[in-house]
Ligand binder design. Structure first.
Ligand SMILES: Cc1cc2nc3c(=O)[nH]c(=O)nc-3n(C[C@H](O)[C@H](O)[C@H](O)COP(=O)(O)OP(=O)(O)OC[C@H]3O[C@@H](n4cnc5c(N)ncnc54)[C@H](O)[C@@H]3O)c2cc1C
Length: 369
């Protein structure tokens, strides 16, 4: 039975970067009654830490730039990759007018975003999951559940910021259209005190997919393997011993790992397909961030895109309140155009690698070229 009944103007399901940005932007625009519902409690480490230099503009627009700089996230000076060739090529942010990017402490970044939203007046409910919902002509009834009880929340407007599974939009009839079955298996290493952290992200293509390596705060190093699900099963790469054997066979990703401590218990796998919803909006609801469109982690643009969508979502809802449909149309067009740009970029990136024409992973990607 419901423990309590509450109401809000805008309910945001998912307190990741997209949900927090939407809350911050709505409150910045003077709308109150914003409730953020987050299944977790910002205690779990998360993958996805490279933030590109141009995200600075979005942080400025959200009124977060000064406070963000004080957070002390590590700088990221660019990336290097063995892609299309065995030699490393370098992409240095020195040529970016925005300066360097960042290697985020993702957990701390998200908790900080949520705290900033609360500081501006959002209600944050953590450890609480949206289970089901009902739509009516003037809003939504959300059935929420925490560890102990269920509760009902009424909302005039609803934002789906629940990530790649798009929990809200799918319950409202939208469908996920996926381009592939990419999955990432990642592990963590502790760096010995004498080894300096690299400020570059490393990418390395291999016959069965690609590897990625990035430094994290607190002397940690994250290494991820991206491949397709059938390949993962064939290679048994979700077993850490097989994963380590595959890693040892790489030329660049495994280099200079001597003395690093590996943590088998912290290994995780996460689906990372590229895709989009067949529709990102409906009556009084819209989807943002990964719930709306999901980009290949190769692009390292997911957090940027999430913040950008959060900002746009505030315009859409404020437009709806004023019976102005234009911001919603602009949002729909932006999502379509950006997704098309991403698809072209994805085609271009995968077309650069021609060393394994018979390998299933690359055949699948080059089929799209
Ligand atoms: C392996 C990998 C590496 C990546 N690397 C990078 C990178 O280097 N740089 C980059 O920018 N991006 C990267 N990304 C992508 C990036 O992590 C995502 O694009 C980004 O997290 C999307 O933000 P979001 O807020 O839309 O969704 P999420 O961050 O997924 O947040 C969704 C939130 O919703 C909550 N939630 C879900 N269901 C419910 C529910 N029913 N009720 C309540 N809450 C719910 C979840 O707990 C979660 O906190 C990477 C992704 C992967 C898989």
């Amino acid at each position: 039975m419901p423990a309590s009944d509450a109401a809000c103007r805008v309910a945001i399901v998912g307190g990741g970067p997209a949900g927090c940005a939407a809350a911050l932007a709505l409150l910045q625009r003077g709308l109150d009654g914003v409730t953020l519902i987050e299944a977790g409690d910002y205690g779990r480490p998360r993958i996805g830490e490279s933030l590109p230099p141009d995200t600075r503009d979005l942080l400025i627009r959200l009124g977060l730039w000064v406070a963000f700089q004080q957070q002390g996230h590590d700088p990221c000076l660019g990336s290097c990759s063995a892609w299309g060739d065995d030699q490393l090529g370098y992409n240095d942010f020195i040529s970016s007018p925005h300066g360097s990017g960042w290697h985020l402490d993702r957990r701390r970044f998200e908790r900080w975003l949520a705290d900033e939203a609360v500081g501006r007046g959002a209600d944050l409910i953590t450890k609480t999951r949206l289970q089901t919902l009902e739509a009516s002509a003037n809003g939504f009834r959300l059935h929420l559940r925490d560890n102990t009880a269920q509760r009902l929340l009424h909302a005039d407007y609803l934002i789906d910021a629940s990530g790649g599974h798009a929990r809200v939009a799918r319950q409202l009839g939208a469908r996920l259209l996926e381009l592939d079955q990419l999955i990432c298996v990642y592990g963590f290493f502790t760096r010995p005190a004498a080894v300096t952290a690299s400020r570059l992200t490393l990418l390395e293509a291999v016959e069965y997919g690609w590897w990625y390596r990035a430094s994290l705060p607190d002397d940690q190093l994250c290494i991820a393997l991206a491949c397709d699900l059938p390949e993962l099963r064939r290679l048994r790469a979700n077993d850490w011993q097989y994963w380590l054997t595959l890693l040892a066979g790489t030329r660049h990703t495994a280099s200079n790992l001597e003395g690093h401590g590996f943590h088998p218990a912290r290994m995780q796998a996460t689906p990372a397909p590229s895709g989009r919803l067949d529709r990102v909006m409906g009556a009084r609801w819209l989807a943002v961030g990964d719930a709306a469109t999901r980009f290949d982690p190769l692009t390292a643009r997911g957090v940027h895109k999430a913040l950008e969508d959060g900002l746009a979502a505030a315009d859409v809802i404020i437009g709806w309140q004023a019976n102005d449909p234009d911001p919603a149309q602009v949002y729909g067009r932006q999502i379509r155009e950006r997704y098309e740009e991403f698809r072209q970029m994805r085609r271009y990136l995968y077309a650069q690698e021609r060393r394994w024409p018979d390998a299933a992973f690359w055949q699948e990607r080059q089929r799209l070229v």
